[in-house]
Ligand binder design. Structure first.
Ligand SMILES: [Zn+2]
Length: 124
């Protein structure tokens, strides 16, 4: 099994993934602390009333979910870094490429396969 990345590149990307994951966790904790400590203002009371009426708290919910998904993708990247699968396209088994991984450390696919995925019609 040949990994296209050199050990020093893997090390560098590992640090990158850990740092970004840590930053994201810090961001989430800060947001949670803010929610807990915050006295509701008038506009927030209106917001709460709207949430109660519609059952939709679009801003908070989607942001939290997004962060959780992102953190999960960083955890998976760290697992792949540990197992040696990192940098290998999950679809074609080809090389993802160091430059692409530096820009997007959680990338699962090479540019070609990612394009195919993104051209697929949206799931229902
Ligand atoms: Zn591929």
């Amino acid at each position: 099994m040949s990994n296209p990345l050199t050990p020093s590149q893997i090390n560098e990307l590992k640090i990158l993934v850990q740092r970004q994951r840590q930053a994201l966790l810090g961001l989430m904790q800060a947001q949670q602390a803010e929610v807990l400590q915050h006295e509701p203002s008038d506009s927030e009371m209106e917001h709460s009333a709207r949430v109660a009426a519609t059952g939709i708290n679009e801003a908070d919910e989607s942001l939290a979910n997004l962060h959780e998904l992102e953190i999960a993708s960083y955890e998976r990247a760290l697992q792949r870094l540990g197992s040696g699968d990192y940098g290998v396209c999950s679809d074609c088994g080809g090389t993802i490429g160091y430059a692409r991984l530096k820009a997007w450390p959680t990338a699962l696919r090479c540019v070609k396969c990612q394009e195919v995925v993104e051209r697929r019609p949206a799931r229902v």
